[in-house]
Design a protein around this ligand. Structure first.
Ligand SMILES: [Zn+2]
Length: 237
């Protein structure tokens, strides 16, 4: 599977970072995790054919993870009806708000959005997505993505001490963990990173005021590949 990080910023966009958006590609199909930036536009700019997007998964409804979904839903409501991914959001309110916005834009076609909760979310011939609840808010989740025999965990937003990291990351092998850094202090949780049974950790959701300095401080303490994400970063597993 190929992973491309299109947006690696925290709650605000920065000069060189969009808000959260990640694309996973397996056998020519694309799966998106989070849409904190206008999703249709950024996918096109990166050369993705939106007709090949099979699933969109929103970790939580904060604007830096979900606001870009409005553009996508609006366009697939009229001019781009050939684009038909399954869309998963964590709250009924989020689903209704996005549907109402699309309708207010005069495009009333009902868009199928599914409200997920903890556990199995999606499975097709390429990938399986499982949601794990985090303590960042009332309906906030991370996603385990399994494809081609590999496992990647996208943490979503978490508590400061990452005590809401799911237990399996310490007990089961993953090839990669993409971990947010806006709400924690990496040097203080270095032991937890070291105990994770993963080949590699990529630090994402970067708040420049503290994430980059903390990353530099933490990196010598970490016992496995530990990298700072950037917009356009590509990872092949
Ligand atoms: Zn966030």
């Amino acid at each position: 599977m190929k992973i491309k990080l299109l947006g690696t910023s925290h709650g605000f966009p920065e000069k060189d970072r969009f808000c959260s958006c990640n694309v996973i590609t397996v056998n020519g199909s694309h799966y998106v995790i989070d849409a904190g930036v206008s999703l249709f536009s950024i996918l096109l700019h990166n050369g993705y054919n939106c007709e090949d997007v099979k699933g969109i998964f929103i970790t939580h409804m904060h604007g830096d993870h979900a606001s870009g979904l409005v553009e996508f839903v609006d366009l697939m409501s009229w001019g781009k009806r050939c684009v038909k991914p399954e869309i998963f959001v964590p709250t009924v309110a989020g689903k209704l708000a996005i549907q109402m916005l699309a309708e207010a834009m005069d495009h009333a076609r009902e868009i199928e959005m599914k409200v997920y909760t903890e556990g199995a979310v999606f499975e097709d011939e390429n990938i399986r997505v499982t949601a794990f609840r985090t303590g960042h808010g009332e309906a906030t989740f991370g996603f385990l993505v399994e494809a081609e025999g590999k496992k990647v965990y996208f943490t979503g937003d978490m508590k400061k001490d990452i005590s809401d990291m799911p237990e399996f990351v310490y007990n089961e092998k993953t090839e990669l963990i993409i971990c947010e850094s806006a709400h924690n202090c990496m040097p203080k949780i270095a032991d937890k990173f070291n105990n994770m049974k993963t080949d590699r950790i990529v630090i994402n959701h970067i708040a420049p005021k503290h994430s980059i300095a903390e990353f530099k401080e933490a990196k010598p303490l970490i016992n496995k590949p530990f990298d700072l994400a950037f917009d356009g970063m590509e990872i092949e597993l």
